[in-house]
Design a protein around this ligand. Structure first.
Ligand SMILES: C[S@@+](CC[C@H](N)C(=O)[O-])C[C@H]1O[C@@H](n2cnc3c(N)ncnc32)[C@H](O)[C@@H]1O
Length: 298
């Protein structure tokens, strides 16, 4: 225990002092209280448990992932990539663990995502795979005339009350249970995908982009939050690391702004803009393009 505690001090996770009898006293540093305690609203505990249960076993097969050029879901858990979220949500507490983990990360990202562009002209928004709703609540808080729907898989919607912020009553956010690949998309003038596309192969992203493009109202837009590579794919390091995790986890990968631009343009989007942020994610905004002009909504 003493070795563990001293190691934590060396990592600035704990502080240490000696009392007059030379007994060691340890206490949480500010960062530990904020991010590693169970009760903190910004706790990363769920995220760390997700790593322990899902990511570490997968990364133990990284050598196979590199040789085979594909995810290690079958080898590690005996499920295919289409069953990724069934695996992540399988078993007691697993939804809260994963969504709680994403929820802990979201405050490090949401403010930068909602302010990367002026989104005040968009009144109805749907956040696909919006997790705990953290980004949706932040959008409604920042743009008070915006109404935001979160479309999520049913097990996530079931636990969504658990993550409601104190000011939820003043915010216009609603959860819908569904599957964005299968179900009809709710009407909106902006569709949001945050940390969703990096889970999927280009073919599945094109499938979603075509569906979104034909559902968008005239003048509608898509907002994508992901960690973007530079064009040479030599960094930044946060993106390169996530891309290695995606290699073991799923059929997806991290992409450069140029790659997203090509995917969007191929599927009818235009007016592409990308902003790099100091936060966890970078942000892309694109418009539905010419073919949606004159459409009367979906
Ligand atoms: C990596 S998480 C990102 C969560 C959140 N958007 C964020 O930025 O923190 C991907 C999310 O997509 C949701 N998801 C995956 N497949 C889905 C589907 N077919 N339909 C709706 N949501 C889906 C998952 O439940 C999960 O919450």
């Amino acid at each position: 225990m003493e070795r563990l505690l001293n190691s934590c001090v060396s990592l600035h996770l704990l502080s240490k002092s000696l009392d007059p009898d030379k007994n060691a006293l340890y206490w949480n540093t500010e960062a530990t209280s904020q991010y590693l305690t169970v009760g903190a609203t910004t706790s990363l505990r769920g995220f760390i448990r997700h790593y322990k249960m899902t990511m570490y076993p997968l990364m133990a097969n990284l050598d196979h992932a590199v040789r085979e050029g594909k995810d290690q879901l079958v080898r590690t858990f005996d499920v295919t990539s289409s069953g990724l979220y069934e695996k992540i949500y399988e078993g007691e507490d697993r939804v809260e663990t994963f969504i709680g983990g994403m929820h802990g990360l979201a405050p490090l990202a949401s403010k930068a995502v909602v302010s990367a562009f002026d989104l005040s002209s968009f009144k109805t928004v749907c956040d696909f795979g919006g997790g705990s709703g953290n980004l949706a609540y932040e959008m409604s808080r920042t743009y008070p005339s915006m109404s935001v729907k979160v479309l999520e898989l049913p097990p996530v919607v079931e636990v969504s009350n658990h993550f409601k912020p104190d000011d939820a009553g003043k915010l216009d956010v609603e959860f819908l249970a569904g599957d964005f690949f299968v179900d009809e998309l709710p009407e909106a003038d902006m569709y949001v995908f945050s940390m969703v596309f990096h889970n999927w192969h280009d073919d599945n992203i094109s499938r979603l982009l075509q569906k979104v493009h034909s559902a968008l109202k005239p003048g509608g837009a898509i907002l994508i939050a992901e960690s973007l590579y530079n064009d040479e794919k030599t960094g930044p390091v946060k993106t390169a690391q996530r891309c290695m995790l995606m290699l073991a986890l799923c059929e997806g990968k991290e992409r450069s702004a140029r790659e997203y631009r090509l995917l969007l343009e191929k599927n009818g989007f235009s007016d592409f803009k990308a902003r790099y942020t100091d936060g966890l994610h970078d942000v892309i905004l694109a418009k539905a393009g010419e073919s949606n002009k004159g459409k009367k909504g979906c």
